[in-house]
Write a protein that binds this ligand. Structure first.
Ligand SMILES: *[C@@H]1O[C@H](CO)[C@@H](O)[C@H](O)[C@H]1NC(C)=O
Length: 141
C-alpha cells in the first residue's frame, strides 16, 4: 500500500491591468509539486534602473525579497537564500527562483521597477505586478 502525499504548490500570477509599457511578469499561473523549482520572470519598464521583487502572504505585509539597482543586487537580506535566488542578467530581465518549493512559499509575488533617483528611500513600485503563489490543500493521508 504505497501511501503517497500529494503536495502541490500552486503558483499563479494574477494579471492586473497591464499598460503597454508595464512590467511584464511570467508565468501567469504555475502549479508544481512541493520540492520542485519555480522560476518567475520579470521584464522591467524600459529605462527603469531599479527592479524589486516582493512577496505578500496572508500573514505578512509586503516583504522585499531582492532589490537590484542598475543590475547590481543592493539588498536581499530578507530573502531566504537557501531556497530563493534572484538574478538580473541584463537591464531588461530578472528572475526569481525558488527551489525547492515549500507550502509556506504560498504568496503573492510581485515584481516592480522604478526610476533610480525618483525617491530618497527604498522606491515604491511604479508598477504593481502580480504573482500569486498558494498552497491549495493537502489531501488526507
Ligand atoms: C536578457 O537576458 C535574457 C535571458 O538571458 C535574454 O533572453 C534576453 O534576450 C536578454 N535581453 C537583452 C536585451 O540582452
Amino acid at each position: 500500500m504505497g501511501s503517497w502525499t500529494l503536495c502541490c504548490v500552486s503558483l499563479c500570477i494574477l494579471v492586473l491591468t497591464q499598460t503597454d509599457a508595464g512590467v511584464i511578469q511570467s508565468p501567469r499561473h504555475k502549479v508544481t509539486q512541493m520540492g520542485q523549482s519555480v522560476t518567475l520572470r520579470c521584464e522591467p519598464i524600459s529605462g527603469h534602473n531599479d527592479l524589486l521583487w516582493y512577496r505578500q502572504t496572508l500573514v505578512q505585509t509586503l516583504e522585499l525579497l531582492s532589490y537590484f539597482r542598475s543590475r547590481t543586487l543592493v539588498d536581499d537580506s530578507e530573502m531566504r537564500q537557501d531556497r530563493f535566488s534572484a538574478e538580473m542578467p541584463n537591464a531588461s530581465f530578472s528572475t526569481l527562483r525558488i527551489e525547492p518549493t515549500e507550502p509556506r512559499d504560498s504568496a503573492l509575488y510581485l515584481c516592480a521597477s522604478t526610476f533610480p533617483t525618483a525617491l530618497q528611500n527604498l522606491p515604491l513600485p511604479v508598477q504593481k505586478p502580480w504573482c500569486f503563489l498558494f498552497f491549495p490543500h493537502l489531501p488526507a493521508v
